[in-house]
Design a protein around this ligand. Sequence first.
Ligand code: UDP
Length: 239
Amino acid sequence: MSNIKYKRILLKISGEVLMGSQGFGIDLATVGRVADEIIGLRKAGAEVALVIGGGNIFRGLAGAAKGMERVSADHMGIMATVMNALAMQGVLTSKGVDARMLSAIPMPTVCETYAAAKGIHHLKAGRVVLCAAGTGLPFFTTDTGAALRAAELKCDALFKGTSVDGVYSADPKKDPAAKRYEHVSFGEILSRDLRIMDPAAIALARDNDIPVVVFSIREAGNVAKVLAGKGLFTTIDKD
Ligand code: UDP
């Protein structure tokens, strides 16, 4: 067994990661590439639960801004996360990985309904667990869903794959003097309003003492490298 710092991880990726260079939707070649990253984590000895957002298809707030009632709009966003989870489950299965999707909204002919005990059971059996439908509730996000599932599934860390290699003091694309943190506390993320995840997700991770590891998901092989403590990433924790 390799030397990994976290045995059980919750990997959160935004829906936008799955659209690749397209402007919208699901690019299956990119889903395959992310699936390979997950396979890398499994090979390194980690148990992996996954939460995928839905922003590549629909965001509730965008629907609400265009005159749609928010609850229905958020339910559409939740359905978008289900489509992404199905794409990932299908691709992982084709690659020979035992993957099990659990949905926060019951859809029994499609997949199992989420329950923490079921998730833990599948993780212990070596399956990749896909937590679909966010929290199942409108007015939430998949970042908060990811922090919630990380706590429920007793994960050792929440890995947040983004398009940048960590947390910066300001947007590095706009401010060349922006500083990248190796380590930053939950308190500082909240007090400086560094929007790497929703404040609700950060507070949930803080209250349950789950470190958040922020890294770039865009480079091949990077997630397994980060799991081994190598390469560029930022760890957010208590102090
Ligand atoms: N959503 C929700 N409740 C949840 C998770 C998601 O209502 O628990 C809806 C919400 O409308 C959100 C959309 O699903 O805009 C897509 O999720 P998110 O924006 O978190 O996706 P990401 O930005 O990570 O791709």
